[in-house]
Design a binder for this molecule. Structure first.
Ligand SMILES: Nc1ncnc2c1ncn2[C@@H]1O[C@H](COP(=O)(O)OP(=O)(O)OP(=O)(O)O)[C@@H](O)[C@H]1O
Length: 266
């Protein structure tokens, strides 16, 4: 299997006025082509710190990242400026919890697509952007494409806005999509639609997905394998069926043991 993401001995340290805090300790992770991988763990266990370090996204505190991160063979820790900007979008897509935080409040959606395309394809004209944006919105299941493109973020429901964000994050065909609790802010029926959409994009575009979630149902129903984090460390990493039926770490047992229904379904 071709490796899309390879993380070796990654340690993330946050530096605050109170001192240094290792928030991710020696993480190892490999994600293959078109794999759907879950990252689960209690609040504060380091899930966000880990995915932001992998995507080289800024954090609210000064931080350092040690180890190795390779995305499609590119050394992410050595990448700088323009190379990093190009990687985000073309090789790596990122979807956060709150779609309205990702969309510009006063620019038409069409303009936002155009800006993304212009940043990555120097030749993208407005009409070409409009055509590609329509295709992208169509692929995430939006029906009233023209209305959405001519409108603004505040006119969209949460689920529609998250579809728009996913369309922007995937339209350039990234190898890996990192999704940080992408359904937390949405109501339950819309949550399922968004997760089904990610699964479909994985199937159709062969995009690998790394999803942070608190929901064990997401792990059971969508992921091929998953990592369990506790206090900055990955305490368990295995296939989903093993996690539910034969977990080795006490914390994983506690986390998964109560969910008899889910265990039966994997
Ligand atoms: N702004 C910050 N300043 C200082 N420490 C922080 C800050 N944000 C997070 N941390 C610390 O970093 C560690 C890892 O936090 P992180 O947000 O990665 O956890 P998480 O598993 O994503 O939690 P959650 O599920 O609640 O989002 C925690 O110990 C947390 O207290």
């Amino acid at each position: 299997m071709t490796m899309v993401l390879s993380v070796e001995d990654m340690t993330v340290t946050y530096r605050t006025r109170r001192g240094s805090n290792v928030v991710v300790d020696n993480m190892n992770l490999e994600i293959g082509d078109a794999e759907f991988v879950g990252l689960v763990g209690e609040s504060g266990s380091g899930k966000s710190a880990a995915i932001h370090a992998i995507a080289r996204l800024p954090r609210p505190v000064e931080s350092t990242v040690a180890g190795q991160i390779h995305l499609s063979g590119v050394d992410m820790l050595a990448a700088r400026g323009e190379q990093l900007r190009q990687l985000r979008g073309t090789t790596l897509g990122f979807v956060g919890q709150n779609p309205f935080g990702s969309l510009h409040p006063t620019l038409r959606i069409s303009r936002q697509f155009h800006n993304v395309l212009r940043a990555h394809r120097k030749t993208s004209s407005k009409s070409e952007s409009f055509r590609l944006a329509k295709e992208a919105l169509d692929s995430v299941g939006i029906v009233a494409v023209d209305k959405v493109l001519n409108g603004y973020a505040h006119q969209l429901s949460g689920g529609m806005a998250q579809r728009v964000v996913i369309a922007m994050a995937t339209m350039l065909g990234p190898k890996l999509l990192i999704a940080d609790e992408p359904t937390t802010a949405l109501d339950p029926t819309v949550q399922v639609q968004i997760l089904d959409l990610l699964a479909r994009l994985r199937d159709e575009m062969h995009t690998s997905v790394l999803i942070v979630t608190h929901d064990l149902g997401v792990i059971a129903n969508y992921c091929d394998h998953a990592l369990v984090m506790k206090s900055g460390s990955v305490v368990e990493q295995s296939s989903v069926s093993t996690l539910f039926t034969d977990p080795t770490h006490q914390y994983t047992r506690e986390l998964f043991a109560d969910d008899f229904e889910l265990r039966e379904s994997v």
